[in-house]
Design a protein around this ligand. Structure first.
Ligand SMILES: *[C@@H]1O[C@H](CO)[C@@H](O)[C@H](O)[C@H]1NC(C)=O
Length: 278
């Protein structure tokens, strides 16, 4: 997403954000019981280390402290960099994320299958927007809050396309395994229920959605690169495109993020540790 040398700060933020997302995702999706998640969510809402006294299990303290420390670290860093607005901004984003994971946990507990539309509204918060906005805080050319607000409140075509690519590709490769281990309905199940379609039919439709989203994203990137009031700065738009590329590399064949040893490990080794002989 940020391969250029000058973006090392953004890269570090991105790694931290991805760690937080992975830990929260695993906790809310798989590990925690509903009662534990309720307490954990309340503690996050209070944003106070004393809230940990209520926790019945030690792992909850680890999760809470980890997220708390990372975001308080961001706040300190951003204030030092002269972007005080960004401190609150980052924390608001992680709270959005926690609340939408909690919504999914409630759906799962109630065995509720949302409509596809409902699912996508919630899923939007758990995915691309979160990764993008928080890591952008590390870009030097982003010194004002406008691009972040734009991504969250008024996503343009490129952002929406990237969100579809991220959510739908992930759902297509991971839904069967997730359903087998007990997981909230993915977009595939929601769509099946809405339209009374088979899994195979929905997967076909989803693949087409991803293809169309790529056309939109490419179009935005190629045609709308001229400056305009509502457009995101080109440097930001480039991250949107790169994030969609990352998603494509991760989820094209299998859920490469979950089963990292099968695919991604080899790619990383060949990219970073094995020089290409010249
Ligand atoms: C759903 O599709 C199946 C198979 O095509 C059909 O038998 C069934 O009546 C449909 N259900 C509804 C609610 O339309």
């Amino acid at each position: 997403m940020y391969y250029e040398p000058q973006y090392s700060h953004a890269r570090m933020l991105l790694v931290k954000v991805l760690l937080v997302i992975s830990i929260l995702d695993d906790t809310y999706d798989a590990y925690g019981t509903f009662e534990e998640l309720e307490l954990l969510t309340e503690a996050f809402e209070r944003w106070d280390l004393n809230a940990m006294e209520q926790f019945p299990k030690d792992y909850m303290k680890l999760v809470f402290q980890f997220v708390y420390n990372i975001y308080n670290g961001f706040a300190k860093e951003m204030t030092e960099l002269g972007k005080p607005y960004a401190a609150k901004f980052a924390k608001d984003r992680v709270m959005d994320l926690i609340r939408s994971y909690y919504t999914e946990a409630k759906w799962y507990k109630a065995k509720y299958v949302p409509t596809f539309e409902e699912y996508m509204v919630n899923a939007r918060i758990t995915g691309v927007a979160q990764i993008l906005t928080t890591s952008l805080l590390g870009m030097e050319e982003i010194m004002e809050v406008k691009p972040f607000k734009q991504i969250i409140q008024a996503p343009n075509k490129a952002i929406r396309a990237c969100e579809i690519i991220g959510r739908i590709m992930d759902d297509v490769v991971s839904h069967e395994e997730e359903q087998a281990r007990g997981h909230v309905a993915s977009g595939v199940e929601c769509y099946m229920k809405d339209y009374n379609m088979s899994r195979e039919e929905v997967v076909q439709i989803f693949n087409k959605m991803v293809e169309d989203a790529w056309k939109e994203l490419n179009e935005e990137f190629l045609i709308k690169s001229r400056p305009g009031d509502d457009d995101l700065p080109k440097a930001v738009l480039k991250r949107v495109l790169n994030l969609a590329r990352v998603v494509d590399a991760l989820y094209k064949v299998i859920d490469g993020y979950t089963y990292s040893a099968k695919l991604i490990k080899g790619d990383i080794i060949s990219t970073y540790t094995q020089p290409i002989p010249l």
